[in-house]
Design a protein around this ligand. Structure first.
Ligand SMILES: Cc1cc2nc3c(=O)[nH]c(=O)nc-3n(C[C@H](O)[C@H](O)[C@H](O)COP(=O)(O)OP(=O)(O)OC[C@H]3O[C@@H](n4cnc5c(N)ncnc54)[C@H](O)[C@@H]3O)c2cc1C
Length: 805
């Protein structure tokens, strides 16, 4: 071991070795991996090491495909076998709901080019004769499913990295580390101190303990997981080729061939955590005691589905631990507030995702950019709230127990709730609010006034809550709707130099005093980093409004680009709260609550001011996402309840209703407005999504200008368009392919029913040449192809006169 490295990776599991390999492949050779014991000594050695390409997040699915494609390459490069088998795998449907869900999923996988296909029950049983066909309706076949040898794969990564010049230091525990004034880290290890420019925590089961060395409390926890391996099965002994893997989704089990027997793994509904703080330092390569009684309900279903297992002996039981995060995705990337400290933790699918995590992290360190939209696995997607012990236990248990349970787009899950509430939560609940959750914050989805027993059914189709959503849309279009903006983030940027700094950070011009402007924020590669609304409250005082759940992500970006002094950023997201009031009567309502002149002349469209509303001291911006005349009214958090009382008290006289996010979605799609994470995201550019018109190319230098200029010259490959879909009882939900005859020409970003215009609407990215030709299109809705057409203009108020009225 040398005394100084450019990068030190802590942990020699599948993730750490992949990072080392990818850094070496990028030409960084002054790098080392330090491992406490032997390579694979954490979760990795006893993994079932199955892999698959399917994932609900298409960006992560693409990264999983990358991982799978890499195995042959590292085998060739290292000369070490990875023991890869890829017979493909079936996910079984044994209920009509599951069968419908798989058909819908299959359509989405077409967008990703994964090549998944539907299979009949007969095909599945012919291919996998140990499957009992009772109740089997069909399944989804993923050709990229299989397994590797965990030991061989980890060693292949390490060997390939060493061949390229990287060091691997074994039996050397990292004991602690301190940040040096120059931005480096000094690590204390059993073999002595070592200095590193960058440190990567890839400590798997020990990640929380390694995080605590620098005061970091990671939201992850180990959990137990069982599988068993059988003796040979006659049906497999007789067979020459390998049987595909099988996941019995309703049975909570997965199965893969292991020699001439099978490996059966269980995702039980009654999961158990294991050492939430992480494994002890002296934890060896030991198995945990089996807890067969606890998993027996799922095992019983497994033996019914695979009856020949009852006759086979069990060769071994494995109960091991690996780490889970609240949403089951890993925590990857630079940790906000810790210079040159990187995470690659919480990875529960090391053999589907480890390769990609290595690539993303290496690209991020070398290029300053992960090279893909990886928000779904970014360490900055959580805040400190998620590391609370109870929150973590509840959410990870919920994820584990629901690993194979259908996730419906309209379903709100109960774990870790309610945690954060705006002061008017109780009042909104009394008014019939049904809440969802964003980043721990309760957010009304819709109101069911006077129907305390109403329960929304989880469904892929329009739900039984549509009548409430329709009423909220109608009230907003005819009178006014009131939406809690607790799920908006707010930042105040102030101090000498604030204007100059923001001008370089944002791609638009800055608003004049008392004005609001939509400001795209770009990365150097021209990709979107934000769709912020900027208000100038004083010459050097600005408010930036964005998405609540992006706080850590945005603050990391701001702080990474902050000038040395003068400019100050205050996160007001939880200290200021408010409402969005919109609809044709919203000015009348506001006027009744203030002495300020709120006429269009005094407070025009995209104008802003600070004035009293009821008893509150408010910042009011004349903007709305509904396409109506509207105002965002923001007050100190403790006054939000008083604001609710004032607005609902007067609003009632004008026909105003409280509304939820579902109504807002319907209203915004009728206007063709995009929102972050759906239409606007790190993988898209301003030219693609139509935000280019807000870019001030001639204002001078700003981040991403050169890339945006280049794209303007060449034109984007795809454009965001609004579609009308012929569908009577369901709407698209996202990532369905857009087809022109038999050619895939794009994909859907979001969709829902436009209750006012009475049409099924969708936003989609479509190939630019297709946009120009505007042919007839088709989109699968819940797996069934439906005609669709592009709309040249939004179906509601195409000239935008209402918002300006
Ligand atoms: C029973 C079971 C079945 C599984 N099945 C599958 C499957 O089918 N497919 C799949 O994809 N995944 C599966 N997994 C999960 C998989 O094992 C993990 O996703 C993966 O191993 C995580 O790898 P890692 O490198 O992040 O962590 P680990 O394997 O835990 O590696 C972390 C390493 O860091 C080292 N370390 C920790 N602290 C220090 C320190 N202070 N100094 C130096 N070194 C340190 C440890 O010794 C360890 O070697 C399974 C896991 C189990 C237990």
């Amino acid at each position: 071991m040398k005394s100084h490295y450019r990068v030190v990776v802590i942990g020699g599991g599948i993730v750490g070795t992949s990072i080392l390999y990818h850094l070496a492949r990028r030409g960084w050779t002054d790098i080392a991996l330090i491992e406490r014991a032997e390579l694979t000594a954490g979760s990795t050695w006893h993994a079932a090491a199955g892999f698959h390409a399917l994932n609900d997040d298409p960006n992560i699915a693409a990264l999983q495909s990358y991982t799978i494609n890499l195995y042959k390459q590292i085998e060739a490069e290292s000369g070490q076998s990875v023991g890869m088998h890829m017979p493909g795998g079936y996910s079984l449907a044994t209920t009509p709901a599951r069968w419908e869900w798989l058909q819908a999923e299959c359509a989405v996988y077409q967008t990703l080019g994964i090549g998944a296909r539907l299979a009949t029950a007969e095909e599945i049983v012919a291919d996998c004769p140990i499957v009992d066909p009772a109740g089997l309706l069909g399944g989804l076949f993923d050709p990229h499913e299989g397994a590797v040898d965990p030991h061989g794969t980890t060693h292949a990564f390490a060997l390939a990295a060493r061949k390229r010049g990287a060091d691997v230091v074994l039996r050397n525990r990292v004991l602690g580390m301190t940040a040096q004034p120059g931005g480096q880290w000094r690590l204390e290890s059993e073999h002595g101190p070592v200095t590193a420019e960058h440190v990567i925590n890839a400590a798997g089961l020990w990640a929380r303990r390694v995080g605590r060395m620098v005061g970091l409390d990671l939201p992850l926890t180990p959990m137990q997981h069982h599988y068993l391996v059988t003796e040979d099965l006659p049906a497999l002994v007789a067979r020459k080729d390998e049987m595909p893997c099988v996941t019995d989704l309703e049975g909570f089990t997965y199965l893969q061939q292991e020699r001439k027997g099978v490996l059966l793994g269980v995702y039980e509904r009654n999961p158990r955590h294991w050492k939430t703080e992480g494994a002890e330092w002296d934890y060896g390569m030991d198995l945990l005691p089996e807890d067969i009684e606890r998993i027996s309900p799922e095992l019983a279903i497994g033996f019914q589905r695979f009856p020949s297992l009852l006759e086979a002996g069990i060769r071994k039981w494995v109960n091991g631990a690996f780490t889970f995060t609240p949403d089951g995705n890993p925590l990857v990337g630079p940790v906000p507030g810790l210079r040159n400290y990187w995470c690659a933790n919480g990875c529960m699918s090391g053999f589907s995702q480890g390769g990609a995590i290595g690539k993303v992290l290496a690209d991020w360190i070398v290029d300053g950019d992960p090279g893909a939209d990886i928000f779904g696995m970014d360490v900055a997607r959580y805040g400190s709230f998620a590391s609370n012990d109870r929150y973590l236990r509840e959410t990870t248990a919920q994820f584990y127990a629901r690993r194979f349970v259908i996730a419906y787009p309209n379903e709100e899950l109960p774990a870790g709730r309610p945690l954060k509430m705006t002061p008017s939560y109780d009042a909104q609940q009394a008014a019939g609010a049904r809440f969802g959750v964003v980043w721990g914050m309760e957010s009304p989805q819709f109101f069911a006034p006077g129907e305390p027993d109403f329960v929304e059914e989880p469904t892929l189709r329009r739900s039984n809550a549509q009548r409430f959503i329709a009423a909220e849309v109608a009230a907003t279009r005819a009178a006014a709707g009131l939406l809690d903006t607790g799920v908006y983030a707010r930042y105040e940027v102030s101090g000498p130099g604030a204007e100059r700094w923001l001008d370089g950070l944002l791609a638009s011009t800055l608003p004049a005093l008392g004005r609001v402007r939509l400001a795209p924020m770009l990365s150097p590669s021209g990709k979107l980093m934000g769709d912020l609304t900027v208000t100038r409250l004083a010459p050097e005082r600005f408010w930036l409004v964005g998405s609540y759940y992006l706080q850590q992500w945005h603050l990391r970006w701001f702080n990474d680009h902050l000038p040395p002094s003068g400019v100050r950023i205050d996160n007001l997201s939880e200290s200021w709260l408010g409402f969005s009031l919109s609809g044709p009567r919203s000015r009348d309502i506001l006027a009744r609550l203030t002495n300020a002149d709120v006429s269009s002349a005094a407070l025009p469209f995209m104008g802003a001011g600070a004035f009293d509303v009821g008893m509150t001291r408010a910042i009011v911006a004349r903007v709305s996402l509904t396409g109506e005349l509207g105002y965002e009214i923001t007050v100190p958090a403790a006054q939000q309840r008083a604001l609710w009382d004032a607005l609902t008290g007067i609003g009632r006289e004008y026909g105003m209703r409280p509304i939820g996010m579902r109504a807002q979605d319907s209203l915004r799609l009728e206007k063709g407005y995009g929102v972050w994470s759906l239409e606007f995201a790190q993988s898209y550019t301003a030219a693609m999504c139509g935000l280019e018109r807000y870019i001030a190319f001639d204002k001078g230098e700003f981040i991403g200008r050169a890339a945006a200029l280049a794209e303007r010259a060449a034109g984007p490959a795809q454009r965001l368009v609004l579609l009308e879909v012929d569908s009577a009882d369901a709407d698209v939900s996202g990532f369905e392919p857009v087809m022109a005859q038999d050619r895939r020409v794009g994909f859907v970003t979001s969709g829902c029913y436009g209750h006012h215009v009475r049409r099924s609407l969708a936003l989609a990215y479509v190939d630019a040449d297709i946009v120009a030709k505007s042919p007839g299109l088709a989109v699968p809705v819940v797996g069934v192809s439906r005609p669709a057409r592009m709309l040249a203009q939004p179906p509601y108020d195409p000239l935008g006169l209402k918002a300006r009225s």
